[in-house]
Each structure stands twice: as structure tokens, then as C-alpha cells.
Design a protein around this ligand. Structure first.
Ligand code: MEV
Length: 332
């Protein structure tokens, strides 16, 4: 059997381990898809991917969330729930000559709005590049490749979550024309609360787009205002003005509500989070109609869920810290 001739590190030699942070959208959801400014943060909840070359023609994927899945080279097809991973592998298929095991361990569930699809895509592409090319890929090329994969699977995607997972930290992001600025030497205390439910992002985006078609001038103004909030938030974050960031989050939340992506649980959680001492503002994070809310500031104790109904829904307070680290090759 012919094996891939890698640079001294093929079957049996070693395994390759990478980790990639999840992310939270802070400003510019939906508007970013129309070229407006957004802000996204990498967070200290990571996806770990290990690649171990094997002496067969099988690609075995084992994940903490979805169990085991085996694909043979000659019968390569892309199936859920591994569509991001398999589409990422497909980009390298012509260059892979032996099988491998891909072990995926996520520190967070895929359905809470921490950008797991983006993170696992970045991790898979990154570990394959290291294995096949013998060196860590450039972060810009990793970002571009991962955005391509996310759009192949998803149809849409601003790439903001990909940028946070690749570069880490707090990212000022614009999709078109592309601009990625990592805000260095800033600190932003964040709190996330999972609302207990999720509607897939593409579904929420498509609902919002239908409304855009119905009210194009109104939605254009809403997106402009969201972009302005994001721009002002970038200045406030750079100045460490948490009060201002919080005010802008509250304004932005009003605009997200106007888009139609709020629901009763999210609204309740946002108001409950806003009245906590040391919280400066709160809003939906991500597409909306579910997932998480995010607040700026700190709450010392666990205050969510606040009642039995929230507990039943699966509401959960999650401690998050901005991760300065993005894509990381874990050398031994
Ligand atoms: C989803 O987290 C944020 C959206 O703006 C979609 C995207 O940026 O790809 C709704």
C-alpha cells in the first residue's frame, strides 16, 4: 500500500493536535452580511482536534458530541453532523494517501451559539495543513479556506466567527471589503447566558432577509445603525469604557429586536442580566431567536437560571473570558 510521503512524520510517527476557541458575536449580527462593521470575541471554550495517521484507507472521526463516523476514500460523501469536518477534509482529499483518525473534543455543546461550526472547521483544516504541509498554515490563508468551507456547507456566513477562532482576541470585523483588526491590549469582561434553545442560523438569516425584502429602506437604516454601534463600540473597547460598551449593547439589542430576532425568553434574560450590579449592558449574541445572550461586566455568583421555568428550558449561565489565543498547534 502506498502511503503519503510526509516530511518524516507519517503513519505511526506522531499525532497532531490543535485547539481553536469558540466565539461570541458582540455587535453587528445580520448587518455584517450587508458589509457593516461587526465585533466578535474569541472565548476560553475550545475545540480540540487530534489527527493520527493510520495504515488503512479509512477516515475515522470520533467526537465527544456525535460519536464515531467512518468514511472510506473511494466512497467519500458528506453527511451531517460531520458536514463541516468532511467538507474541510474534502479540500485536501487529492493529497491524502493514507487513512487517519480525527479525534474531536469540544469543551462546549454545538447548539449554544459559541460558533462551533466555524471552530471545528478551522481546527480540521489547520490540523490537515500541519500534517500534509509539515508547517503551521498562515493565519490569513487558514481564515480564507475556513470561510470557503463554511459557505460551502451553510450557503451563507460573514466569516466573523471564523476570524475570531483563527486570530483570537476581540476582532473588529468587516466582511466586504474584508477588514480584520485584532484589538490588542484590551480587556472586556463578558457574561453569557444560554437561553435553552436554538434555531439554525441559516433559518434565522432567511427569515430576516424576507423582512428586509418587505421593508428594504427600514432594514437598511437598521443595519446602518447597527454598524454605527459597532464602530463606536470599537472605540469604547479600545478606551476600556465599559459603561459606553454596555450602553451600545443595549441600543444594539433594540435594533436586533426590530429585525425580529428577539423572543420572550431572550428578552426576559436580557432584562434580568441588565439589573445585576456590575453589568453595563446586555444583548442577544449571534443570529437570535435562541442561543445566548451576552452582557458586558462581571457577575460574581450564579444567578441563572432564576426560576423553575428557566431551569426547565435549560437556561444556563456560562462564564466566559476573552481568549487571546486563536488557532493553536499544540506541540509536545
Ligand atoms: C451569526 O452568529 C451572525 C450572523 O450575522 C451570521 C453571520 O455573521 O454569518 C447572523
Amino acid at each position: 500500500m502506498k502511503f503519503y510521503q510526509c516530511k518524516g512524520s507519517c503513519v505511526g510517527c506522531k499525532s497532531y493536535k490543535v485547539s481553536v476557541p469558540g466565539s461570541l458575536m458582540l455587535f453587528g449580527e445580520h448587518a455584517v452580511l450587508y458589509g457593516k462593521q461587526a465585533v466578535v470575541a474569541a472565548i476560553n471554550h475550545y475545540i480540540h482536534v487530534e489527527l493520527i495517521p493510520s495504515r488503512d484507507r479509512n477516515i475515522r472521526i470520533i467526537s465527544s458530541e456525535f460519536g464515531e463516523h467512518v468514511v472510506r476514500f473511494n466512497k467519500f460523501n458528506i453527511t451531517s453532523p460531520y458536514d463541516y469536518v468532511l467538507t474541510a477534509i474534502k479540500q485536501y482529499l487529492g493529497r491524502i494517501d493514507c487513512g487517519f483518525l480525527l479525534r474531536i473534543r469540544s469543551e462546549f455543546p454545538p447548539n449554544i451559539g459559541f460558533g462551533s461550526s466555524a471552530a471545528v472547521t478551522v481546527a480540521t483544516l489547520g490540523v490537515l495543513a500541519i500534517w500534509l504541509e509539515g508547517e503551521t498554515p498562515s493565519l490569513v490563508s487558514l481564515y480564507k479556506q475556513a470561510v470557503k468551507v463554511v459557505r460551502l456547507v451553510h450557503g451563507i456566513g460573514s466569516g466573523a466567527d471564523v476570524a475570531a477562532s483563527v486570530f483570537g482576541g476581540i476582532i473588529a470585523y468587516r466582511m466586504k471589503p474584508l477588514k480584520i483588526e485584532k484589538l490588542n491590549n484590551v480587556s472586556l469582561p463578558l457574561v453569557a447566558v444560554y437561553s435553552g434553545s436554538k434555531i439554525p442560523t441559516f433559518e434565522v438569516v432567511s427569515r430576516v432577509e424576507k423582512k428586509y425584502v418587505q421593508f428594504p429602506t427600514v432594514f437598511a437604516d437598521l443595519y446602518n445603525a447597527m454598524g454605527l454601534c459597532a464602530k463606536k463600540a470599537i472605540i469604547a473597547i479600545k478606551k476600556n469604557n465599559l459603561m459606553c460598551v454596555g450602553d451600545l449593547m443595549n441600543i444594539h439589542q433594540g435594533l436586533q429586536d426590530a429585525l425580529g430576532v428577539n423572543n420572550a425568553t431572550l428578552a426576559e434574560l436580557i432584562f434580568e442580566l441588565r439589573i445585576q450590579s456590575n453589568i453595563f449592558g446586555a444583548k442577544i449574541s449571534g443570529a437570535g431567536m435562541g442561543d445566548c445572550i451576552v452582557g458586558v461586566g462581571k457577575i460574581i455568583a450564579d444567578v441563572f437560571p432564576q426560576n423553575n421555568a428557566q431551569q426547565k428550558l435549560g437556561v444556563k449561565q456560562i462564564d466566559v473570558v476573552v481568549s487571546d489565543r486563536g488557532f493553536n498547534y499544540e506541540t509536545f
